[in-house]
Design a protein around this ligand. Structure first.
Ligand SMILES: [Zn+2]
Length: 452
C-alpha cells in the first residue's frame, strides 16, 4: 500500500516541516513538489535560492519518512535499514542548512530550526544529532560554552553512542573533565567514529593526557602509534582536517621528544598544506607560524624569524608576536623583544595566549636579570591559573626561581623550568581553563565536522 505524500502534509496554518518556523501554506506547500531531488543542486544559484530548495527538500524528505519508514517501524521484525538511511540523510540536509543559514546571514535562526526538527524522526540517534548541531552552534559560532553545556546536560555521556556528539561533549566540558574521563570519552570516539581523521585526533588526544599524567613512556608509544596509523593512509585519501592534524601532531611529538628528524618531517607536512585552497588567510598564517616554531625549536633562528614575519604579514595575531618576541631573546636581542611585548595588551588576549605572553616575559627576565623585567614577569606569572598539577608545580617553581634570579642558581633553575614548560605548553589543552586548542579555529572545526 502506498500512502500519497499529500495526505501527510500539515495543515496550512501549522508550522512547515522544513523547520523555518513559518506556516506551511506560506513556506514549502507549493515548493516541495516542484523539484527533482535526485539531481545535484545548481551551484550558481544564489544562497537564498538554494535555501528555498533545501527547505523544500527537507519537507519532501520528512513526508517520505512518514509515508515509507514510519509504517515499517510498526512491523515486528523490521531491520531498521531505511530508518538508518533517513537519519543519515536528514543529518546531511540539516548540516547543509547550517552552512546556508550562515551564507544567508540568518545563522541566528539556526537553533530555532533545530528545535522545529527535533521530532522529525522518533529515534535517539536523531535526537543526538540535533543536540550535536545545537551544541556545536553554541561552541563554534557563539563561543558560548555554558550554553553548549546546557544543551548537553540532558545526557549522561556514558549513554551516548554517537561519536559526533561525544566529540562536542568533550569540547564543551574540556575544562571540567578529569584525565580519566577524557581518556574514556576519547576512547569511545575512537571506537565509534567512521572518520579516520577523528580517530587520529582522539588517539593523539589520549596520548596527550598520558603526557600530562607524567606517564611519558606510555604516552610516547600511544602518540607514535596514532601518527603511524594515520600516516598509513595514502595521502590522497587523507582529509584536510587529518592532514593538518598530522602536521601539528608530528611537530608536538618532535618538540617533546626533541627529535630533529620528526621536526623536519613536520615542516614538510605543514608546508605541503599552505596551498590548500580551502584555507582562509588565518589558517595559512597559522601554518606558517607553526613552521616557524619548528625552526625555532631546531634553533635555526633566522629561518624562524623569516617565517614568523611571513605569518604576521598574512594575519597579525598576538600569538605570532609573542613567538617573535621569544625568538628575539634567543637571538640575543632582549630590547627588541621588550618592544614587541610592550606593544601587546595581554588583558585582551585569550587565556592560552596570555600564558605564552607571561612565559615570554619570563624569558626576557631570565636573559636580562634586570629587576624591573623580573618584577614584570612575576606579576604576570602570579596571575596564571593552571588546573594540571604538572603546570601548577612548574609555575610555583618558576616563581621561586624568579625571586632568586640575581643568584646564579636561580638562573639555572628558572632556565630548566622554562625549558620544560616550552616543551609541554602546546600539549596542554586546559591551561587556564581553556578548551582544546586543536579546535581553536572555527573554520577548521566546522570543516572537520562537515567532512564526515
Ligand atoms: Zn518550509
Amino acid at each position: 500500500m502506498r500512502i500519497p505524500l499529500e495526505s501527510l502534509e500539515p495543515k496550512g496554518r501549522e508550522n512547515c516541516l522544513c523547520g523555518s518556523g513559518e506556516r506551511f501554506k506560506n513556506c514549502c506547500k507549493d515548493e516541495w513538489r516542484k523539484y527533482d531531488y535526485t539531481k545535484k543542486v545548481n551551484s550558481s544559484d544564489s544562497p537564498v535560492q538554494r535555501l528555498i530548495y533545501l527547505r523544500a527538500h527537507i519537507t519532501w524528505y520528512r513526508l517520505c519518512h512518514m509515508a515509507h519508514t514510519v509504517p515499517l517501524l510498526q512491523l515486528k521484525h523490521y531491520d531498521g535499514e531505511l530508518l538508518d538511511v533517513d537519519i543519515k540523510a536528514l543529518c546531511e540536509l540539516v548540516q547543509g542548512a547550517r552552512e546556508l543559514y550562515g551564507e544567508c546571514g540568518i545563522i541566528e535562526l539556526y537553533p530555532q530550526m533545530l528545535g522545529e526538527l527535533t521530532t522529525a524522526i522518533d529515534d535517539v540517534r536523531w535526537r543526538w544529532a540535533v543536540s550535536c548541531e545545537e551544541a556545536l552552534f553554541n561552541l563554534a559560532i557563539k563561543n558560548d560554552y555554558a550554553a553548549a553545556r546546557a544543551v548537553l546536560a540532558k545526557y549522561k555521556w556514558q549513554d551516548i553512542r554517537s561519536s559526533e556528539l561525544l566529540e562536542v561533549y568533550l569540547d564543551a566540558y574540556s575544562d571540567k573533565l578529569g584525565y580519566i574521563d577524557i581518556i574514556t570519552l576519547a576512547s569511545k570516539v575512537v571506537e565509534l567514529t567512521d572518520s579516520e581523521s577523528s580517530r587520529f585526533h582522539y588517539r593523539f588526544l589520549i596520548a596527550i593526557q598520558y603526557f600530562l599524567l607524567n606517564e611519558s613512556e606510555r604516552a610516547e608509544i600511544l602518540a607514535r602509534e596514532a601518527v603511524a596509523a594515520y600516516e598509513a593512509i595514502p595521502v590522497a585519501e587523507r582529509s584536510v582536517h587529518g592532514r593538518r592534524l598530522l602536521g601539528m601532531a608530528v611537530m608536538q611529538l618532535g618538540r617533546i621528544l626533541n627529535d630533529e628528524a620528526m621536526l623536519r618531517n613536520a615542516i614538510d607536512l605543514l608546508v605541503a598544506e599552505v596551498d590548500e585552497k580551502n584555507y582562509k588567510s588565518d589558517a595559512i598564517a597559522d601554518i606558517w607560524l607553526q613552521v616557524g616554531e619548528c625552526y625555532h625549536i631546531l634553533r635555526e633562528l633566522y629561518m624562524a624569524e623569516k617565517l614568523y614575519h611571513r605569518s604576521l604579514s598574512i594575519e597579525p595575531t598576538p600569538l605570532a608576536n609573542v613567538f617573535l618576541a621569544d625568538l628575539q631573546v634567543a637571538m640575543g636581542r632582549p630590547e627588541r623583544a621588550k618592544e614587541i611585548l610592550d606593544a601587546l595588551v595581554p588583558e585582551t588576549m585569550s587565556n592560552p595566549n596570555r600564558f605564552d605572553y607571561a612565559i615570554a616575559r619570563c624569558n626576557v627576565a631570565l636573559f636580562t636579570k634586570d629587576s624591573s623585567d623580573v618584577k614584570n614577569a612575576l606579576g604576570l606569572i602570579k596571575k596564571l591559573v593552571a588546573k594540571e598539577p604538572f603546570f601548577k608545580d612548574l609555575i610555583q617553581g618558576l616563581m621561586v626561581a624568579l625571586y632568586e634570579l640575581p643568584a646564579e642558581n636561580g638562573v639555572a633553575q628558572a632556565g630548566s623550568i622554562l625549558a620544560k614548560i616550552n616543551r609541554y605548553i602546546t600539549l596542554n589543552p586546559n591551561v587556564a581553563g581553556v578548551g582544546v586548542n586543536f579546535n581553536a579555529m572555527i573554520d577548521d572545526y566546522l570543516n572537520s565536522k562537515s567532512q564526515k
